[in-house]
Design a protein around this ligand. Structure first.
Ligand SMILES: [Zn+2]
Length: 509
């Protein structure tokens, strides 16, 4: 069987990085053309105007889109999820269609937080939530979420900057502010137009401008936007997106969610860390499994970066070689962006080793080198890795419940099962009900027994009620037990189907 040669792995890490060679699917983002960690206020490409519209989508947004089409102009929309408009991801609202139109027309969408929160004043948990909620909504509508972010109130403290950088965002402000939100009446919008003209008229042909405005303002949509577009046209500038005005190609404007589950890769798990935890383990068998809120990850052992090791293992033990190749491939799911890589190499996880070179010092594995390295692993298809790694992350309880079928063991890895926790959650009220019913039943039986042995006289109606009640309780009990059995069968069958399907499906990167 043909096996792609994995051997140059180790060598690759020490070679000079060749940018032309690193074009691959693993990381959809090119090496950062745009810096992170500080607030960007100016375009870098000459002769362009980047119009930006904040706080939408809203009623006037479609009119702004019409005008942009008319002038064949591109712009950037910094979106809120819950501000002037609400439920931007809900089908019953016009907003999903508006958002899709923006992307389809070649405009750029950026984040402006979920609810227009002041991220300088907010605490870390609020910052994460504000960014994450909008990401979730945009994933639902567009299948992706932005890498560009404009802080509400134009303020992002050093702590805020560090945190949004770790989430993978560029922070964008502006160098032209027409103050359209202050001059938003038909009789005051002239002032916003004057401020825009003043800035643009003072420019050279090689100048560029990053302009703030708000498509939620009626006068901005109806009066200021056509004025700005006409002015840009007259002065010979091009109206472009923020990404283009910074020389960043469109594939870098968004991050993509994994099809396996929202937030499969490392950085997302941290952004959402109140729900998911990475557990670093030294048990290869548990690598890539998750259980409740924990994802088990085995760090990459240093010898997997050794050329000699791969040479040896392919000769000595093909099965083991395929297992290790699969293990390495699973890291393609974990590390997809530079921010993931920084976390993986950081002191809290330390998933990727530093390697001693000939001089004994420890050279840095840069992100670019890691991408080159992993690009080879990613090309391995399922035939070249062990079946264990033919699927992405898998829930441990699913694997356990099917372990007997596939491995002939009662559990893949014994833990308290999530299903039992689930059953326990509704068993308490069911048991309580049965206790109450059987107590009542006992009382009735005692009363009936007493009637037959003493002179106490009970109404015939009571005897009828008692008998009926006994029958009803029996039926309820039978149905209840039957339902529990059906539930267990259904859950297990569903697991079997999901697990079987996952065996035939390649991880999609
Ligand atoms: Zn705003």
């Amino acid at each position: 069987m043909y096996l792609p040669k994995l051997i140059p792995f180790g060598m690759l890490l020490f070679q000079e990085h060749d940018t032309n060679k690193s074009a691959n699917d693993l990381v959809r983002r090119a090496p950062d053309a745009v810096p992170r960690g500080y607030i960007i206020e100016h375009c870098t490409v000459p002769g362009v105007v980047a119009l930006t519209f904040d706080d939408g989508p809203y009623t006037f947004t479609n009119h702004v889109l019409d005008l942009l089409d008319q002038y064949n102009a591109k712009a950037t929309f910094f979106i809120n999820g819950d501000n002037w408009s609400r439920h931007i991801d809900r089908k019953s609202t016009p907003w999903p269609e508006t958002l899709r139109r923006m992307v389809d027309s070649g405009h750029q969408i950026g984040s402006h937080t979920w609810s227009h929160a002041d991220l300088t004043a907010a605490d870390s948990a609020t910052r994460r939530k504000e960014m994450f909620l909008l990401e979730k909504a945009l994933i639902k509508v567009l299948g992706r979420y932005p890498t560009y972010f404009r802080p509400p109130y134009a303020t992002c403290s050093p702590q805020c900057l560090a945190e949004v950088e770790q989430m993978g965002y560029h922070v964008i402000n502006f160098d032209v502010d027409p103050k359209d939100y202050l001059h938003n009446q038909p009789w005051t919008v002239d002032e916003a137009m004057r401020r825009f003209s003043q800035a643009v008229d003072a420019g050279q042909p090689s100048s560029s401008f990053l302009v703030l405005s708000h498509d939620v303002q009626e006068q901005t949509a109806k009066t200021l936007t056509p004025f700005m577009l006409q002015k840009i046209h007259e002065r010979g500038y091009r109206a472009v997106t923020v990404g283009e005005c910074l020389g960043d190609p469109p594939e870098n404007w968004y991050q993509f969610s994994s099809p396996w589950e929202t937030g499969t890769y490392l950085n997302r798990r941290f952004a959402n860390s109140n729900r998911r935890r990475i557990i670093v383990i030294e048990q290869p068998g548990l690598h890539g499994l998750w259980y409740n809120d924990m994802l088990f990850i085995q760090p990459i052992p240093p010898y997997l970066f050794s050329t000699a090791f791969w040479d040896y293992i392919y000769e000595a033990d093909l099965d083991l070689a395929k297992t290790l190749a699969g293990f390495m491939r699973s890291y393609c799911l974990l590390i997809r962006h530079e921010a993931d890589f920084r976390l993986a190499t950081g002191p809290s996880l330390n998933l990727i080793p530093r390697l001693p070179d000939d001089s004994g010092s420890e050279p840095e594995i840069t992100f670019e080198r890691f991408v080159d390295f992993m690009a080879q692993v990613e090309r391995l298809d399922d035939a070249h890795v062990s079946p264990r790694y033919a699927y992405g992350f898998i829930r441990l309880s699913k694997l356990n419940s099917l372990s007997f079928l596939f491995f002939g063991r009662f559990a893949y890895f014994q833990v308290h099962r999530q299903l039992s926790t689930y059953v326990a959650s509704f068993m308490a009220p069911v048991v309580t009900l049965f206790v109450v019913l059987s107590s009542v039943l006992s009382c009735m039986q005692v009363a009936l027994a007493a009637q037959s042995t003493t002179a106490v006289s009970l109404s015939p109606a009571f005897a009828v009620v008692s008998n009926t009640f006994a029958i009803v309780v029996s039926i309820v009990a039978a149905v209840g037990i039957g339902l529990v059995v059906l539930l267990v069968v259904w859950v297990e069958m569903r697991n079997l189907v999901i697990f079987s399907l996952s065996l035939f499906r390649r991880p999609i990167f």
